[in-house]
Ligand binder design. Structure first.
Ligand SMILES: [Fe+2]
Ligand SMILES: [Fe+2]
Length: 179
């Protein structure tokens, strides 16, 4: 097989890098639409924060015979969602955007919903629904970023894998509770 040609010659790469250095990580070779990328990542950020708040609520409100193990799981998920929010916010800044942390409109920017749930079982089901929404929305975003923004894509792939684990944990919990 013939060697793949190097995509941009070194001289051009060096010249391009010197222009607009204030844009930091966003170079002329950045292929995604930056505004759309920031908008999508802000929606992901809102989703993660809503998930933190919902899991925290569930953590504090979990009662009943099975509550201890389930509450521990809720807390772990809350902390992992917070980690995702932090990763996403940092990426937004790298792309020259600003993380939208305004509580006004938070739940409408989020894909997942904030549902309190009455019983432990309701809480687990609502969390599972929210994870499934997050999984599908991340899959769409991953397709959007594709090779145009591989850094955002890889970040979201990592997050997606954790959301799938969360969904799996929740299904196991449902099974243990006899549903
Ligand atoms: Fe998450
Ligand atoms: Fe999750």
């Amino acid at each position: 097989m013939a060697d793949k040609p190097f995509l941009t010659d070194i001289k051009t790469l060096r010249e391009r890098a010197r222009r607009h250095i204030e844009k930091g990580a966003v170079t002329e070779g950045y292929k995604a639409d930056r505004e759309t990328a920031v908008k999508l990542l802000n929606e992901a950020l809102a989703t993660e924060i809503v998930c933190v708040l919902r899991y925290k609520r569930h953590y504090y409100m979990a009662t009943g015979i099975h509550s201890e193990a389930v509450a521990a799981e809720f807390l772990q998920h809350a902390n992992e969602e917070q980690g995702h929010a932090d990763e996403i916010a940092a990426r937004i800044v790298q792309l020259g955007g600003a993380p939208n942390l305004n509580p006004d409109g938070l739940s409408s920017r989020s894909y997942a919903e904030y549902v309190e749930g009455e019983t432990l079982l309701d809480m687990i089901k609502e969390d599972l629904v929210a994870e499934r929404i997050a999984i599908d929305s991340y899959r769409d975003m991953i397709n959007y970023f594709g090779n145009d923004d591989p850094t955002s894509r890889r970040m979201l792939e990592g997050i997606l894998a954790v959301e799938e684990e969360h969904a799996d944990d929740l299904v196991s919990m449902l099974g243990e509770l006899g549903n």
